[in-house]
Design a protein around this ligand. Structure first.
Ligand code: BGC
Length: 765
């Protein structure tokens, strides 16, 4: 009780209140700043540190004060009513400890679908609603800033954190992130949009130098952040670990001040990623307002630089002011009485329902939705052990994960469980063996490889086919920060291939069907096997209700309406970025330890030689066959597009198209608006996505006129010579697509020439 009173007194900023001192809750930031000592200022811009289980600082970990398990806290100055505010991960839900010593209550959070699944919905309203539900947990568990969303571009299929990110396309990434931020911040808590920027690989992530042309930066890697900042005004942004063109992003004034603030008008605070960068004084001078989680060395660096004049107090004050502004708007300073009881039941329904819209039906030879099916045989370890989401700081401590097995049973199917115990034992044994083999290097933040598949013998398979109406096989992939995926992880393993071959042969022999469910966080190889089963459902990692959501799609509770936010290439090496990505390169550098720069390609530096040709822009330019194109996804119904129109009034491009459900069940359709530019001095992609939208659920025969808009200035490309966004005068073609390779209709409209200058910054050395 005593502890509680003390805590609320501190929270209110009253504990050290001295009469006459300005108080942050009631005084202006200016007054509070004036009352601060230099030492207090230097302390405020760095966090409170973060102990690991041995008392040392840990890269991903958990503070133990206020909200145990949160990633960071800020420095409190009670005499000025400045409380410590709490920063906690995201992005698939709040990451805090689920239990607390000596406390019977649990603090589980909802594991929502991963970022990639949310982007696959192509439904900004839905994403905003999911964000709103996440924000309620942030608010009611006493956190102030949610370290999410994460929107780095899917530059390469093997980035270990792609599951947290959205898309290979900056418009999809930016619009999804903006909707997410709006939803979360409706709860009066902050977001931290991360990782700003060019953080596209995990290998040597804290020292890698990304070498990128200004055009590719502006058009591809910064565009999503620009959209989010302009459309959703996030409270904070998290700078990234890596360098850009030779300098840490967290130490680049041209990125954090010139572009972010002067060009885009960002008003919030920038914090580092945990232990990011190598010079605290340079970070402050660059406008990286807060260093997290904070170290003693950073304090010394700042005080030293102030003393020797390399950092001015004025520069420090800019960052301190932004820290004060952030804290002033936090729930903590308002002493919000959080109840530690967010509505987990309602959020379970939100995650179950939202996951339905992001699952992508890749193949369907008439088998889905399931009809006349009672008895189901499930195969694949992952069917019994569904993956809610990825690992690392993107993990969520949830109360449960619904497996496919349980999802099917919940829906009333008779599921053959005879192998369940054997599967669960096999999974546990392989996990234990992996942990043991890792020895001291093992960390619970690391992804555990998926177990090898158990392949039943021919006799068992034949018996299963005889007993059951259908077979479902789940293949799983998991990944998380610190590691990129490997080429082996991209392809089906030998045991997976054997399982697929064996099950389909046995079931097809009796005229029965086989469905494959992909419970994965990133792109996998599909071209070589996708025609073997009768249907393939890309379920992504769908959060804690995954098994229920998959079952809802399989049974047709909803028609699938998810579409791919990235391309599925035929071969891994087809991707433009494969020539410059650390494929299968283990450097022994994890967490925050840094190795000496030995100039190793794709490890110490990575040249983004493909420039703006990322994802479909590359495959279109090369006119290359893909396994599934960007924007692709099947439905249980069909849609016709008609009456396309486009008006460009010089300010806004307004496009409309009528979408009609021409099939026999209700469904939603995501429509993509691409633009092809006229002849130009600049090299132009074949087409680029500029806007997208999704219909409401249309009944058979029902139509909706979808209106898609974007600023006319977005027709521009970035001209490096002029350092300007340039729209060429001429006739543009507007393509309405069901996918990037399924253009249904097009219209032409003219644009006048325009030029918007940008600072000549972020240059290559
Ligand atoms: C991750 C961030 C995360 C932070 C705090 C870092 O390792 O890169 O995304 O927010 O840890 O947990």
């Amino acid at each position: 009780m005593k502890k509680l009173l003390l805590l609320s007194a501190t929270v209110l900023g009253l504990a050290g209140c001295q009469c006459g001192e300005p108080q942050l809750a009631t005084s202006s930031v200016k007054k509070v700043l004036k009352a601060m000592t230099l030492e207090e200022k230097a302390r405020l811009v760095i966090g409170m540190g973060m102990p690991d289980s041995n008392g040392n600082s840990a890269a991903v970990g958990a503070t133990q004060d206020i909200v145990p398990g949160a990633a960071g806290t800020t420095y409190a100055i009670p005499r000025l009513g400045i409380p410590s505010i709490v920063l906690a991960d995201g992005p698939a839900g709040l990451r805090i400890n689920p239990t607390r010593p000596g406390d019977d209550q649990t603090y589980y959070c909802t594991h929502f679908p991963i970022g990639t699944l949310l982007a696959s919905t192509w439904n900004q309203k839905l994403v905003e609603n999911v964000g709103f539900a996440m924000g309620e947990e942030v608010h009611e568990y006493g956190a102030d800033v949610y370290l999410a969303p994460a929107l780095n571009i899917h530059r390469h299929p093997l980035n270990g954190r792609n599951f947290e990110y959205y898309s290979e396309d900056p418009v999809v990434a930016g619009k999804t992130a903006a909707a997410y931020v709006r939803g979360v911040q409706r709860n009066d808590v902050g977001t931290s949009v991360k990782h700003f920027a060019f953080n596209n690989q995990e290998t040597n992530r804290t020292a890698n130098n990304a070498i990128i042309s200004p055009r590719a930066q502006r058009e591809i890697y910064l565009k999503g952040f620009e959209i989010t900042v302009k459309e959703a005004a996030p409270w904070t942004i998290m700078s990234s670990y890596n360098k850009l063109n030779g300098t840490y992003t967290s130490q680049r004034k041209d990125l954090l001040t010139t572009v972010l603030r002067d060009e885009w008008g960002f008003q919030g605070l920038v914090m580092t990623d945990w232990f990011g960068g190598d010079n605290a004084a340079e970070q402050i001078a660059a406008g990286n307002d807060m260093l997290q989680p904070g170290t003693a060395l950073q304090y010394e660096q700042i005080m030293g630089a102030l003393k020797d004049g390399s950092l001015s107090e004025k520069e420090l004050d800019v960052c301190v002011t932004r820290c004060l502004e952030l804290i002033k708007r936090s729930p903590k300073v308002k002493a919000y009485p959080y109840n530690n009881k967010p509505n987990l039941e309602a959020h379970a329904a939100v995650t179950r329902q939202s996951a339905l819209e992001g699952m992508v039906l890749l193949e369907n030879k008439g088998v889905l939705p399931l009809k006349d099916v009672k008895k189901v045989a499930v195969f694949g370890c992952t069917s019994f052990d569904f993956i809610a989401g990825g690992t690392g700081s993107g993990n969520v401590n949830r109360a449960y994960t619904v497996s496919l097995l349980d999802g099917l049973k919940n829906a009333g199917f008779q599921v053959d469980e005879s192998k369940k115990d054997a599967y669960l034992k096999h999974i546990a044994d392989e996990e234990a063996a992996f942990r043991a083999a890792q020895g001291e290097n093992y960390s619970p933040f690391y992804p555990v490889p998926r177990p090898s598949e158990l392949v039943p013998n021919l006799f068992e398979l034949a018996a299963s086919a005889l007993k059951n109406d259908i077979a479902i096989i789940t293949f799983g992939r998991n990944s998380g920060e610190f590691f990129d995926r490997t080429s082996a992880d991209f392809s089906l393993s030998e045991s997976e291939k054997k399982l697929l071959g064996g099950v389909t042969k046995a079931f097809h022999a009796l005229g029965k069907k086989v469905v494959v469910v992909l419970n994965v966080g990133g792109v996998v190889e599909t071209a070589s096997w996708k025609n073997i089963p009768d249907a393939v459902l890309l379920a992504w990692q769908a959060g804690q209700e995954g098994g229920n959501s998959v079952t809802d799609i399989l049974t047709g509770v909803e028609s699938p309406s998810g579409k791919l936010p990235m391309t599925f290439p035929v071969n891994l090496m087809d991707a433009g970025s494969s020539a410059n990505f650390p494929i299968d390169t283990d450097t022994g550098v994890y967490f925050t330890n840094r190795r000496e720069d030995v100039g190793q390609k794709d490890v110490d530096y990575t040249r983004y030689e493909e420039g703006i040709y990322v994802g479909y822009r590359w495959f279109d330019k090369k006119d290359m066959a893909v396994s599934y194109p960007f924007g692709y996804g099947l439905s249980y119904t069909t849609f016709a597009y008609s009456e396309p129109s486009v008006v460009n009034d010089g300010n806004t491009v307004t496009a409309t198209v009528t979408v009609t459900n021409t099939g026999s069940v209700a469904g939603k359709e995501a429509v993509q608006l691409y633009v092809s530019a006229p002849e130009s001095n600049l090299d132009k992609p074949v087409k680029e996505l500029k806007a997208y939208g999704k219909t409401e659920k249309l009944r058979p025969g029902e139509s909706e006129i979808l209106t898609l808009t974007f600023p006319s200035g977005e027709l521009a490309s970035f001209d490096e010579e002029k350092s300007a966004w340039v729209v060429d005068a001429g006739t543009y073609t507007f393509l309405f697509g069901a996918s990037s390779r399924d253009i249904r209709c097009s219209v032409q409209a003219d644009a006048a020439a325009s030029e918007v200058p940008a600072h000549r910054v972020l240059l290559m050395e």
